[in-house]
Design a protein around this ligand. Structure first.
Ligand code: UT7
Length: 331
């Protein structure tokens, strides 16, 4: 059975940079609060009319170019997002249409911050069994169109940013390389702790004027609880990725944790005893881009030459659902 290799990566973020200071014109907050509690200094926001599939298209073009491939060489799209362009159809088909590759299957994955790892797990299974040979795996989000920019929504609106990252995956017969393992988990007992309640088919009407007045169209989070779970589940997932491959934290060349909060990443680093050079963070510049965060960070690392053939890469995520997981990859 072949293994799954990363053929190429790419990312795209919108041009508009929104620095922490900008939020002070809308709400009671400060650059100091945002930086010290989260590590974030700025994030990107889409222009009017720019969609998640538009961001994904730009990132995909870059990855295709780097792979020396045309869109027609792809045989499947897996599109991970919690902020789909529309309720339905899934966003994968809008990307497929822009890429001009009708008929290839498009699977939308709805596992929030862990979306990219869920998608990787599916892609890996399909590639190893020979179902598909060239899979475009996407993590793309637009948060800025759904933010409560008043003091009521300050705990969430300062955290999130827009952006897309992609990877093109395919089979390799090199036994020393490729995806070694993926581990994915979920626990619906905590579904409402990080939650977007409306609009939803669970209500009739899906959203009412009263809901809008109450701000129910905005996500809600019990930050401290989420923080607590994230900072235990992420290191646990990394340990599992290592143990199941007979490896230790010292073997890690690069750990890319989902970028939810710099303090969570620092906690993961401390619990695993990792040096600074073994971990990558870019939340300072992009905020939390949920399903986009791992592939964006991965592409930055690849372009900076931080991964050489055979290096051990570990990816880990935690998010709404709750969902969490990890992947171990020999680059
Ligand atoms: O990606 C998915 C997973 N997501 C996460 O893992 C996020 C996990 N949670 C967190 O990162 C943190 O809980 C936050 C960054 C969201 C919040 O940090 P915190 O240290 O837990 O702060 P807090 O929620 O306890 O709030 C402390 C204070 C509160 O005021 P009082 O009640 O102490 O007077 C908040 O109202 O900070 C206030 N606050 C703010 N102040 C200024 C909340 N948001 C803001 C803000 N600016 N933007």
């Amino acid at each position: 059975m072949p293994r799954t290799e990363f053929i190429s990566t790419g990312f795209y973020v919108p041009e508009r940079v929104v620095r922490n200071e900008e939020f002070t014109q809308w709400m009671d907050t400060s650059d100091e609060w945002i930086r010290t509690r989260t590590g974030i200094t700025e994030r990107r926001w889409v222009a009017d009319g720019q969609t998640g599939s538009d961001l994904a298209y730009q990132a995909s073009q870059l990855a295709l170019e780097r792979a020396g491939m045309k869109a027609a060489d792809l045989d499947c799209i897996i599109y991970c997002t919690l902020s789909p362009d529309y309720f339905f159809p899934g966003t994968g088909v809008f990307l497929q249409r822009q890429l001009g590759v009708p008929e290839i299957p498009c699977l939308d994955v709805r596992n929030q911050c862990t979306g990219f790892l869920y998608g990787l797990s599916i892609a890996d299974a399909w590639i190893r069994t020979g179902q598909y040979k060239r899979i475009l795996l996407v993590g793309s989000e637009v948060h800025s169109t759904g933010m409560d920019l008043t003091t009521r929504g300050r705990d969430l609106s300062v955290l999130f940013g827009d952006g897309a990252g992609v990877a093109i995956l395919g089979p390799t017969t090199d036994e020393k390389r490729g995806v070694l393992s993926t581990h994915i988990y979920a626990d619906g007992r905590y579904a409402e702790l990080l939650f977007s309640e409306s609009p939803a088919s669970a209500h009739n009407p899906r959203i009412s004027h009263a809901d809008l007045d109450a701000g129910k169209q905005y996500a809600h989070m019990q930050g401290k609880e989420v923080f607590k779970h994230a900072s235990t589940r992420m290191p646990q997932s990394v340990k599992l990725a290592l143990e199941s491959n007979g490896l230790t934290p010292q073997d890690i060349k690069l750990l890319i944790p989902h970028q939810a909060n710099l303090r969570i990443s620092e906690m993961v680093q401390k619990l695993l005893g990792l040096r600074d050079d073994q971990l990558y963070n870019n939340i300072q510049r992009y905020g939390n881009t949920t399903a986009g965060s791992i592939p964006i960070a991965l592409d930055e690392c690849v372009q900076a030459g931080r991964l050489q053939r055979g290096d051990l890469l570990v990816l880990a995520a935690f998010g709404s659902g709750f969902t969490w997981g990890s992947a171990a990859v020999r680059w």
